[in-house]
Design a binder for this molecule. Structure first.
Ligand code: T4K
Length: 400
């Protein structure tokens, strides 16, 4: 049987028809803290009739995050994308800015949306983060800055990128959307570059439903971003800066305060799930899990499986088999930003300089984790991959 036609364990003649999981196991299932604590906070907001515009819960959340990350300022925003846009504008970036292609498209969009050209640099295939030598190659007289992305919560090469930025007079900021609670050389992410931008989207390890924040140790930059997120208002009737609406609402802050209390549990659960995946997937040819540096903190929110050419089943066959079993694994961030229409129109030949990004994009499967799945379910997921690969290896008609 060709691997492409394998869809369920029933096809593999292992057992009966129903999918392995009656309920879907999603990548990105939100981790939700104490429901009563959350509802009590919502009650407070309703009683106080203060729902948005720098409300008390937003301020409390900012203070708690700044303290947790060890940074002077946390400026909460409506989502990670508006937070990126505001940070980019507050830093005065223009012309060209160097970013990885191997990231969620919001990193590139946040620039392009503001008339700035994202220039894609290649990654280190071992870490999936920007490769400093590749960044150097993309610098032109129009380059004004670099946005490093701490992909999968693993720190980008901060010191090397800062050295390049200093040498060329460029601004450096980080997209830390995946990196809440991560560390770089033992120091919590949030303090590096001119500023760092977090996403607190529902799908993130720490979530405020929708939300994000910029953290910085720069007092002036923080003040500018606070103005920009609220139309440039300084007090009533006094607009002193161009601005937009980037505000976080109280309901989202209530979720954030509730979920901050849960975060250490989320990380501990993710670590158990990750270890279970490593063990359960061991020995399948051509299958490897991206490992995180044990000396650094990482929420282990992203379980990133890489399927090499040595694997008897292709990456897309694995995805199809998992989906048929109700396991909604993802191909994040396939096919890479440079292959997405706005940017492939702009740079049709960008791939020539992005060999590692293109090859990683073909290999990756992101698997579910978080509070909604257990190590026992992890082992079942791994079994499906193992069975598929064994079948593909033994099927002479397999073509992938
Ligand atoms: N930079 C980076 C590096 C990022 O990864 C992101 C966001 C950003 C910047 C921008 O931050 P935000 O502006 O979003 O705050 C999702 C998220 O929407 C996005 O926040 C995230 N990265 C990206 C990696 O994933 P999609 O297009 O994959 O979303 P969707 O609707 O397919 O949902 C993802 C999975 O989560 C599905 O399996 C369903 C599940 N899910 C989702 C939601 C919203 C749930 O189970 N419950 C839910 O409530 O982008």
């Amino acid at each position: 049987m060709p691997v492409k036609s394998i869809r369920t364990r029933a096809d593999l003649a292992i057992n009966g028809a129903p999918p392995a999981f009656a309920r879907p196991l999603h990548v990105g299932r939100p981790n939700i803290g104490d429901r009563n604590a959350f509802l009590a906070r919502i009650g407070e907001a309703l009683d106080s009739q203060w729902l948005t515009n720098n409300g008390p819960m937003v301020q409390e959340l900012e203070a708690r995050i700044a303290q947790r990350l060890g940074v002077r300022h946390c400026v909460a925003m409506g989502n990670g994308t508006i937070a990126l846009e505001i940070a980019i504008r507050a830093l005065g970036l223009s012309g060209e800015v160097i970013v990885p292609s191997w990231t969620f498209v919001a990193t590139a969009h946040a620039l392009y949306w503001q008339g700035i050209t994202p220039v894609f640099a290649d990654i280190d295939p071992g870490t999936h983060n920007l490769e400093p030598a590749a960044v150097r190659r993309m610098i032109t007289p129009r380059t004004s800055g670099i946005i490093g992305v701490h992909l999968w919560g693993r720190a980008a090469p901060v010191a090397e990128l800062q050295a390049i930025a200093d040498e060329h007079g460029l601004k450096l900021m980080f997209d830390a959307a995946h990196a809440f609670g991560s560390s770089y050389k033992g120091q919590t992410i949030g303090r590096f570059g001119a500023c760092e931008v977090f996403s607190f989207h529902a799908t993130k390890a720490f979530n405020t439903m929708e939300g994000g924040a910029v953290t910085t140790n720069d007092d002036t930059l923080a003040e500018t971003m606070r103005l920009m997120r609220n139309f440039g208002f300084k007090g009533y009737d006094n607009v002193i800066h161009p601005g937009t609406n980037g505000k976080m609402i109280e309901v989202c802050a209530a979720m954030g305060l509730t979920n901050l209390d849960l975060f250490d549990t989320v990380v501990a659960t993710n670590r158990l799930n990750h270890a279970a995946y490593v063990q359960a997937l061991a020995g399948i040819p051509g299958i490897a899990l991206l490992q995180y540096d044990s000396a650094e903190r990482n929420s282990h929110h992203y379980v990133v499986l890489e399927v090499s050419v040595d694997c008897p089943a292709s990456r897309d066959d694995i995805i199809a088999a998992l989906h048929a079993e109700n396991i909604l694994a993802r191909k994040y961030f396939w096919p890479g930003c440079h292959m997405m229409k706005p940017y492939s129109d702009l740079f049709p030949h960008a791939g020539l300089l992005l060999p590692h990004s293109e090859s990683v994009a073909k290999r990756v499967v992101v698997l579910p984790s978080g509070l909604s799945i257990t190590p026992a379910e992890v082992r079942e997921i791994a079994d499906i991959v193992r069975i598929l690969c064994a079948h593909a290896a033994s099927s002479p008609s397999t073509s992938i």
